[in-house]
Ligand binder design. Structure first.
Ligand code: PEP
Ligand code: MN
Length: 337
């Protein structure tokens, strides 16, 4: 961080400010010349409130040169984070495939789909029991009943479960049943929920907000990590652009950016990303080819009659094809030098 002081700042005022900054456990290097008074701040500057600094009467400019996400960032944690969920590794070159319906609709439905996706090679079962829906009249999920069915499907197949918690009120309940707790796109900046996730004993899948930047995504991960939970998986699920043909625009470049900036695993959700069934296999292939740590996709045994997102849910045989295909691409990626 570079802080430029106003020319009229007195020597005493400068000293006072330097002392104040040094008390924040950083080193202040004076880089002033006869032209300007410049302070270079070295070390962990994440605790310095930039807005407060800018508001100081002696400060003319504050330039951020380092990233504000210290825990999520690679600078202080160069090696990839690998998250182990019941023996399934996420990150560090492993291939993660999460699959299942958009919503848990019934005991029979989730058990049948769990068996199908397990047979094809998924390593996690997805399914929403608490559903964030645009319309209040759309199916809202089965709630705790859905969580119970998910657990039963998980026990029958051995697939760990990922499911969403939409609010702090239901968070503990979801944590009881889930192996990974999802924070959905609309909640990416729900700071109370992020703080709650920071206290969880289970990994969190954090989905990128519809209109959020990569930095905002990483700052939301930082919230969870600062709260004490380092097991965060990021998810690119498409962002809102002017394009209407697809439901969202999958930002594949976010994967490469996140890999550079952060040590956290990142997976892609081409189902919500495109909203179109025929695009899920090609986009999954692309995801693995650009070194995403995996995909999360919607699969349904009867997509035409699905309670939610049928249009983007794969038929089981399509999912089977997807797994075979991405495994081959993954093989190429991990054996490449
Ligand atoms: C979901 O995965 O069920 C979901 C609603 O996704 P998103 O939050 O990305 O829209
Ligand atoms: Mn869905």
């Amino acid at each position: 961080m570079i802080i430029v002081l106003k020319r009229e700042t007195t020597v005493e005022e400068r000293k006072e400010l330097v002392n104040k900054i040094e008390n924040m456990n950083v080193i202040v290097k004076d880089a002033s010349s006869s032209e300007s008074i410049v302070l270079g701040i070295v070390g962990d500057t994440s605790k310095i409130d930039v807005d407060q600094m800018r508001a100081h009467h002696n400060v003319s400019k504050v330039i951020k040169v380092d990233e504000p996400f210290k825990m999520a960032g690679r600078v202080f944690h160069p090696e990839d984070t690998i998250i182990d969920v019941k023996g399934n590794k996420i990150g560090g070159g492993s291939l993660t495939i999460m699959a299942g319906p958009c919503s848990v609709e019934s005991r029979e439905q989730i058990i049948e789909i769990a068996k199908l996706v397990k047979k094809s090679g998924a390593n996690f079962l997805r399914g929403g029991a608490f559903k964030p829906r645009t319309s209040p009249y759309s199916f809202q999920g089965l709630g705790e009943e859905g969580l119970k069915y998910l657990k039963e499907a998980s026990e029958l197949t051995g697939l760990p479960v990922i499911t969403e918690a939409m609010s702090t009120e239901e968070f503990d309940l979801v944590e009881e049943y889930a192996d990974i707790i999802q924070i959905g796109a609309r909640n990416m900046q729900n700071f109370s929920l992020l703080k709650k996730a920071g206290t969880a004993k289970k990994p969190i899948l954090l989905k990128r907000g519809l209109s959020s930047t990569i930095e905002e995504l990483l700052m939301s991960a930082e919230y969870i990590m600062a709260g004490g939970n380092g097991d965060v998986i990021l998810c690119e699920r498409g962002i809102r652009t002017f394009e209407k043909y697809t439901r969202n625009t999958v930002d594949l470049s976010a994967v490469t950016a996140v890999k550079k900036l952060s040590h956290l695993p990142i997976i892609i959700d081409p189902s919500h990303g495109t909203g179109r069934r025929e695009m899920i296999i090609p986009m999954s292939r692309a995801s693995i080819a650009i070194e995403a740590d995996g995909v999360i996709v919607e699969v349904h045994n009867d997509p035409e009659n699905a309670f939610s997102d049928g249009q983007q849910s794969l038929y089981p045989e399509q999912f089977d094809k997807l797994v075979k295909s991405v495994k081959r691409i993954h093989e190429v990626i991990i054996t490449e030098e």
